[in-house]
Design a protein around this ligand. Structure first.
Ligand code: UGA
Length: 432
């Protein structure tokens, strides 16, 4: 098949590369020349494990064509995916300006035969109907089309793996022809097929992300109880998770959920609820606990650390990505800078992106050992593997005080005690 992805962020570029790997011809349509030129030279722009190699291979085999031109891409395509950003507006609502602009451009460049226009961007219920109206109004004569919602469930840091090992493929549409074509395209991808109406498909995506956020906030809430009672949150959740009805996955307590999806989608679902006169009290609480997770961590540091020369490991919102959007690190760094801390920071991939935000306000370390040198405490904000395997004895000799605040529970408290660290973690008794 010939397909076009409008948008080359995590969803657009990763999905495009995977469908190209299956032998399809895939256009990647962008609007910034500099970025399209970078894609043409196998630079994926974003950091995602395995993506550069996959893009390079597809380009070599001429299965991927990065372009700025709607005419040459859309007018040749059987399926056009909209995969552009839907950032939050100030009121939490998803900003759909780009989605609608793109839909208009697609309409003006559809081919004469039949095309499926499918939205992969996360959009509120009713958006695909609006896309349909826009396409009808602006389409070229003789073009036939059907809209479909085909939400994406990949995670940053494991995006290619997730796409190739999907739990489900969701296709929402009123058109059998569109459903058949989309199912055919997804044939090599495993997982259950969920064929449904447009509104349900749109809501499935928000519900999934809101449920994931809920699991994380619930784990953090239980960590608060553990910190007050001396219980160990990992033991509590391990035991609770053995109940198959509950499960343990995606319930790791820490500094709350960040990134470009969960915070945005919980906010958007709250706004959707308010507009529909659905009580949002439950989602309000999910957000509140997410903020508390960071604020409690900060409060403990402010209360405990006297010498304000501190190291930070982990700046990205999760491991295996350089993405710092809504990263807990940004919030925590801002709070500590306001309290006159001097911060020596290190991350395995996100230093460049953090530098763009904080510039000269931070000191940047080349490696984790360099970061802790002559500092009085170390804060761990992202659970990169590099930190799990570090030589802790060496770390101890470099620090002024062997004190660690671990926001991701990556070490065993007993081991830390035996090594002579003062070790604070989330929802577990501290050791000295
Ligand atoms: C999330 C969803 O997991 C994907 O299914 C979805 O497709 C994607 O959003 C999207 O809408 O595009 P992502 O934001 O890439 O994926 O990353 P997650 O793995 O969900 O992590 C989000 C945040 O939750 C991170 O800050 C992570 O540290 C935190 N987290 C995750 C926890 O604090 N505890 C956990 O147990 C799991």
């Amino acid at each position: 098949m010939v397909i076009t992805f409008v948008g080359h962020g995590y969803v657009g570029l990763v999905s495009a590369c995977v469908f190209a790997k299956f032998g399809n011809t895939v256009y990647i349509l962008g609007h910034t020349k500099e970025k399209i030129d970078r894609l043409k030279t196998s630079d994926p722009i974003i950091y995602e494990p395995g993506l550069k190699e996959l893009l390079e291979d597809n380009l070599k085999k001429k299965r991927i064509i990065p372009t700025l031109d709607y005419k040459s891409s859309v007018s040749r395509s059987d399926i056009v995916f909209i995969a552009v950003g839907t950032p939050p507006k100030n009121n939490g609502e998803a900003d759909l300006t780009t989605v609608f602009e793109v839909a208009k451009n697609i309409a003006q460049n559809l081919k004469r035969g039949f095309t499926v226009v499918s939205c992969k961007s996360t959009v509120p219920v009713g958006t695909n109907q609006k896309i349909e109206q826009l396409l009808k109004k602006n389409k070229v004569k003789d073009a036939e089309f059907a809209v479909a919602s085909c939400p994406e469930f990949l995670r940053e840091g494991s995006a290619i793996y997730d796409t190739l090992n999907a739990d489900r493929v969701v296709v929402g549409s009123d058109s059998e022809k569109a459903i058949d074509l989309l199912l055919k395209l997804h044939e090599p991808i495993p997982g259950k097929r969920v064929v449904t109406d447009l509104a349900s498909a749109e809501l499935i995506k928000y519900t999934s992300n809101a449920m994931l956020a809920t699991k994380i906030s619930f784990a953090n809430l239980i960590a608060f109880y553990c910190e007050k009672t001396g219980a160990d949150v990992e033991k509590v959740l391990d035991a609770v998770g053995l109940d198959k009805r509950i499960g343990r996955i995606f319930m790791d307590p820490g500094l709350g959920y960040g990134g470009s999806c969960l915070p945005k989608d919980v906010k958007a679902l709250r706004t959707i609820g308010a507009n529909l006169a659905v009580d949002t009290i439950f989602l309000d609480a999910v957000e509140k606990v997410n903020s508390l997770a960071k604020n409690n961590f900060i409060a403990r540091i402010l209360k405990t650390v006297k010498d304000k020369n501190v190291a930070i490991w982990g700046l990205s919102f999760k491991p295996n990505t350089d993405d710092v959007r809504e990263a807990p690190a940004i919030y925590i760094i801002n709070a500590l800078l306001q309290n006159n801390f001097s911060l020596h920071v290190y991350d395995s991939a996100a230093l460049g992106n953090i530098k763009k935000i904080f510039g000269g306000k931070l000191r940047y370390a080349k490696n984790p050992y360099d970061a802790v040198s002559k500092t009085s405490a170390l804060l761990i904000l992202t659970e990169w593997d590099e930190f799990k395997q570090i030589n802790l004895k060496q770390i101890k000799t470099k620090m002024l005080n062997p004190v660690i605040f671990d926001g991701r529970n990556i070490y065993d408290p007993h081991v830390m005690k035996s090594l002579g660290f003062t070790y604070y973690s989330i929802g577990r008794p501290s050791v000295k």
